[in-house]
Design a binder for this molecule. Structure first.
Ligand code: FES
Length: 615
């Protein structure tokens, strides 16, 4: 097999992705951010992962022939889990094949009565009011209420409303947040009603611009969290905030500034004015959310790690310094505890339809790894310091999952690389790192303790090309050369230290999983489902996650489901539905917080989990 990259385009959304030839449709869609339903775990037996090739189809598999009629086969229908793409292809994914489609919200048109289940907090109503006369001298806002129902108006609206109405011949659009009139705009602006969902991660931020009138996403931007210059993890940032007189403000300004940059970028890209963004929904861990709001974080670093507040907050975006509509608001997710924050609640919200069966484990892999065990009607939630390796940070050639990131590594007689955007490789993102170390373990290049083997310690049957990639770096330490330097790109290598960083991350998460299972009296084999979330790449291969020990090896593949950046998806849902926002509040209050560091077995579990499992 070659390193040939093929372009796959998905309909109806138009997403495009470059993947290695021979990648399954299921994985290709995952890389494009589309999660396909796989109730049978990709065994090819349930027939639920149906897709239709418009072009680029290959021969059907036996499973395809078992599921589809000859006419359907001829029309390009295939099973996403069984079919590979070997050439450029255009593939339609029907709504029924998309994971969590029941949570895909399309808001009701603003001028119709809205259904609470699918209505955002912010809506617009266009009205053409009859001008006052002697016979009809009702007050201006009462005149408006007659058309759109009762609302509350603040002093600003009382002051400016009469003038806006008259300047526009009583032809205006009312902007309502819940039942508060927050603005009146000239003419009909109902088509310009945007919101922003933000996943505020310790290492990376992702922002999604949403059209609140249709529920559709316009686009996503992501960037590194600039707070990393004050410390890689939440503890070092809490210490920085405490140790420096202006520390908390510096951390707060840094993240607000970068959110404003993301807003400006998205607005520029999609021709939207920032004033037409009326609400922002933010999910982050407790420290990130506190710092965003300028709240004290010192107590989060001291036993018993108590947050200032746990309920979701609705704040004025302008007071936080976020540049959207002057009357716009910011919804900050509720948190479960000091170290289990709004990002976990957002993940739970986004994955709620998948939490079925007697015992479901949710693992959100990030700098802070969050783990929730849903069992026996209860939810136990814990957080563990996994470090930023999964997001490409603290890795010598690491980068976040953006254009040029190696997101897939496969060994045959040499290495094959899947690169985001189909461009030249620039570094290694989290999913590529997991793949690479898993493949090195399988090939016998890395030992169970994580050492890179060299010379005669390498397996005798190791393909020559792979053996040639094991070299010594400038410190005479062994490393693995993934890609030679080119005129435009430096050499991409994996060092011994990189593997240690990965071991710290996998060890922390695995130890957390073991402790939650033990406290619930369960074994990994008792789990009916494992939901993996994370923004470290668009896709993670289950076998590789298990090979490096991130997940217990005795869970069958079929039970493991990867759902992508569920924190961002949860933030989107809270933006689009006030009902789901209430669900988020309930989820946060139902979950109980388990403090892993207080478990006497944590250190032992952690040390054990640092060792890579047997194959
Ligand atoms: S047939 Fe079940 S997931 Fe593809």
């Amino acid at each position: 097999m070659s390193d040939k990259q093929v372009k796959v385009s998905f309909l109806p959304g138009g997403e495009q992705v470059y993947v290695l030839e021979g990648t399954t449709v299921f994985e290709s869609a995952g890389r494009a951010g589309i999660m396909i339903e796989t109730p049978c775990g990709g065994a090819g037996t349930c027939g639920r992962c149906r897709v239709q090739f418009t072009s680029g189809k290959d021969q059907p598999s036996q499973n395809d022939l078992d599921v589809f009629s000859p006419d359907e086969i001829a029309s390009g229908w295939r099973l996403a889990c069984q079919t590979t793409v070997n050439d450029d292809a255009v593939i339609t994914i029907p709504p029924g094949s998309v994971l969590g489609q029941e949570h895909k919200i399309v808001a009701s048109p603003a001028n119709e009565e809205t259904d609470d289940d699918v209505s955002p907090a912010v809506r617009k109503v266009h009205v053409e009011l009859a001008e006052p006369t002697l016979a009809d001298d009702a007050a201006d806002l009462m005149r408006l209420e007659r058309k759109i129902g009762p609302f509350k108006a603040n002093l600003e609206m009382l002051r400016t409303g009469p003038q806006i109405l008259r300047e526009n011949n009583f032809n205006v659009t009312a902007v309502l947040a819940e039942n508060h009139l927050i603005a009146m705009e000239a003419g009909d602006t109902t088509g310009l009603c945007m919101g922003l969902a933000v996943d505020l991660g310790t290492t990376t931020l992702a922002a999604s611009l949403m059209d609140l009138s249709t529920g559709r996403e316009l686009g996503i931007e992501s960037t590194m969290n600039p707070q990393v210059r004050f410390g890689d993890d939440v503890i070092s940032r809490i210490l920085y905030a405490d140790d420096h007189p202006e520390g908390k403000q510096q951390l707060s300004y840094a993240v607000i500034e970068v959110i404003n940059e993301l807003i400006a970028k998205l607005c520029d890209k999609f021709g939207v004015a920032a004033e037409n963004i009326y609400e922002i929904s933010v999910s982050g861990n407790t420290t990130m959310e506190h710092l965003l709001c300028g709240l004290a974080v010192k107590q989060l670093g001291q036993l018993p790690f108590v947050p200032a507040c746990a309920r979701g907050l609705v704040l004025k975006a302008g007071e936080l310094g976020i540049k959207i509509h002057p009357a716009g608001s910011a919804y900050i997710f509720p948190v479960i505890g000091g170290f289990v924050g709004g990002d976990t609640v957002a993940c739970l919200l986004a994955s709620s339809s998948l939490i079925t069966g007697p015992a479901t484990l949710l693992v959100d892999v990030g700098t802070n790894g969050e783990i929730v065990l849903c069992h026996d009607g209860k939810m136990m939630a814990a957080s563990t310091a996994a470090g930023p390796a999964f997001e490409g940070a603290r890795i010598s050639c690491g980068m976040r999952a953006s254009c040029g990131a190696i997101e897939k590594v496969v060994f045959n007689n040499d290495v094959r690389l899947g690169i985001i955007g189909g461009c030249e490789a620039a570094g290694l993102c989290g999913s590529g790192l997991i793949d690479l170390v898993a493949e090195m373990l399988r090939a016998g290049i890395v030992s169970e303790t994580g050492g890179i083997l060299t010379g005669s310690d390498l397996p005798a049957d190791l393909p020559e090309k792979l053996a040639e990639r094991v070299k010594l770096d400038s410190d005479s330490k062994p490393c693995f050369v993934l890609k030679e330097a080119t005129d435009s790109c430096a050499e991409i290598t994996l060092t011994q230290r990189d593997i240690r960083e990965l071991q710290l991350g996998t060890g922390a998460i695995r130890a957390g999983i073991s402790i939650l299972l033990r406290q619930a009296g369960l074994d990994a084999t008792d789990l009916s489902k494992v939901i993996m979330a994370g923004g470290f790449g668009n896709f993670i291969r289950r076998s590789n996650a298990q090979r490096i020990g991130l997940l217990p090896g005795n869970i069958s593949h079929q039970k493991i489901q990867y759902v992508g950046n569920a924190s961002l998806q949860g933030a989107r849902l809270a933006l689009l539905s006030t009902t789901l926002r209430k669900n988020a509040e309930n989820l946060a209050r139902q979950a109980s917080h388990v403090e892993l560091s207080q478990d006497m077995n944590f250190q032992m579990e952690f040390a054990e989990a640092m060792i890579f499992p047997d194959s």
